[in-house]
Design a protein. Structure first.
Length: 221
């Protein structure tokens, strides 16, 4: 009985010693961990001071090459519908030779900026880390009639018959009217603003803090 009791006492003492050792190790780790964190932080700060992250700022020529790579930047698109009335040989003998039609014309106008036209002096670096950009003026790239969606709504011809060239002339006139409608609605101004936003984003990704654009005169036609 006494032997078993002694064995039990020794076992309890051993468990206590082991538990105390584990507790001591955990206590030491808890004390040394903040010191390790501080040491790591100091090493990172020293690394930043002695080996700072380089700031790479491209020169104006590099910026010009990057911007030019966009070439003709399409930044505005209009879809226009116009009603065109065309007639020929009207007058006293219109019942014989007259021809009149109504054309429902659908067309598209696309405008943008041709960045390939930019020169080296169109990019100026400022002392405060900014860039002043002079973009080429916006222009119309495409003004075309959609022949598949355009159609003759009504046609009234005389006894002799229709004029074969009348619809062709009406479609030519429709292209011009579609272009004028887009210009009057400000497609060039929209194209210029959108081009500035796109180029501004591109240059800022190169590391510059701000981008300003020089005022330019847009074409009226």
């Amino acid at each position: 009985m006494t032997s078993k009791l002694n064995t039990l006492i020794l076992l309890l003492i051993l468990i206590a010693l082991i538990g105390g050792g584990v507790l001591l190790v955990r206590t030491i780790e808890g004390i040394t961990q903040p010191l390790e964190d501080v040491e790591q932080t100091l090493e990172e700060q020293f690394e930043q001071i002695t080996k700072p992250t380089p700031t790479i700022v491209p020169d104006p020529i590099t910026i010009i090459r990057e911007v030019r790579s966009l070439a003709r930047l399409e930044t505005a698109s209009y879809t226009v519908e116009k009603i065109i009335t065309a007639e020929s040989r009207q007058g006293p003998f219109s019942f014989l030779f007259g021809d009149k039609l109504i054309l429902v014309a659908h067309g598209q106008v696309i405008a943008g900026v041709d960045l390939a036209k930019m020169q080296e002096d169109d990019i100026v670096l400022t002392e405060d880390g900014g860039v002043v950009v002079t973009l080429p003026p916006a222009e119309v790239f495409v003004a075309t009639l959609d022949n598949q969606q355009s159609y003759v709504f009504n046609r009234d011809t005389g006894v002799v018959g229709m004029n074969p060239a009348l619809e062709t002339e009406a479609r030519k006139s429709a292209e011009a009217e579609i272009l004028n409608a887009a210009l009057e609605d400000g497609i060039l101004e929209m194209a210029q603003r959108n081009a500035e936003i796109y180029v501004q984003h591109l240059i800022i990704t190169m590391g510059f803090r701000k981008v300003d654009f020089a005022d330019i005169a847009l074409p009226t036609e």
